[in-house]
Design a protein. Sequence first.
Length: 417
Amino acid sequence: MAAAPAPPQAPPKPTWDPRRPQPALPWLRPTIRIRLTLLYGGMFLIAGILLLSIIYLLAAQAINTGNQPPFKIVSADTTIKVSSADCPAVNNATGLTLTQFNAAISDCIDHQRQVALDNLLSRSLLALLGLAVIAFAFGYAMAGRVLSPLGRITRTARAVAGSDLSRRIELDGPDDEFKELADTFDDMLERLQRAFTAQQRFVGNASHELRTPLAINRTLLEVHLSDPNAPVELQQLGKTLLATNERSEQLVEGLLLLARSDNQIVERKPVDLAEVAEQAIDQVNGEAEAKGVVIRGEQKPAIVQGNGVLLERIALNLVQNAVRYNVPEDGWVEVTTEVQHGQAVLVVSNTGPVVPAYEIDNLFEPFRRLRTERTGSDKGVGLGLSIVRSVARAHGGNITAQPREGGGLMMRVTLPV
């Protein structure tokens, strides 16, 4: 008998220590709150200084414009002649009395002051608009710089979600809230990696320890059954024990597959769901013909990235369940594959007993069947749909079940292409 594969080694201890001693004065830590306060307070102060400087320069220009003389004396020989670009009323004011002339000069000064104020207001608004654009751009850049550690944490978490538990953040920089969050996250990843490694080691050891005695029992039973001189009662007992042993082997294989398929698939290859469904149909055809169940449906190409063996297990389990849990006469199973809305879809529908809607969730639980709490039939070990759901989730997809009108179910598996 081949030796069992060596269990995975424990991961090395991290080189960083997330549990550093607390500083003597924790309130002096450069926390995110203090840094953001200093950053935005400094930005507001700088923006205020710039705005005051611009207003001061504009006001100085406006005062200078407003203090320009509204008129010029162009001639004073015998008759005073006045010329003004801003006050046409005083140009060549020969027929005006002194009171009218002074009133025209006063109106001209008021008009010149209003023009200066209007110019000051319009230029101030333009300066404020320019400062607002600069402030938003600078604030956006600084916010991105402050939040860059959070993006690093998010990228690491996304990589870990893809089953790369060896990734660590190892964030450097000031001892602030982001640093504390990253160190805590690294510590959690370390614990998770050790737990998953222990689980994989247990699965490897359990597969060897459970398969070996079952294989020995099957061999001994087959040897005894091959003896033509064995009594009939002994042969009947051997067949019963052999069927029980085969059921135990299926249970062990199902449990191991369920434990392994709960993780994400690291190595992915292009797999056509149509080919997977056809292979599953070929394997179940004999059982379907024996039960009088017709398998039909069209399998259109639907390429996904995943593990071909596990995807074939999805189709095989669904088709087997559809054949075994069917009506005694005129039963059928419909298997279709296609691409819908950017997703590969595998649909398995069948005739069968009426399934209440409230029983649907129980079908995906291990060792649960319709209206039964534990396994108690010869149709399987009660892990088929649990394995299907775990494999679908490991590939980034899901499975839904819907009762058919008149009896039976429609199983729909969607996987990303």
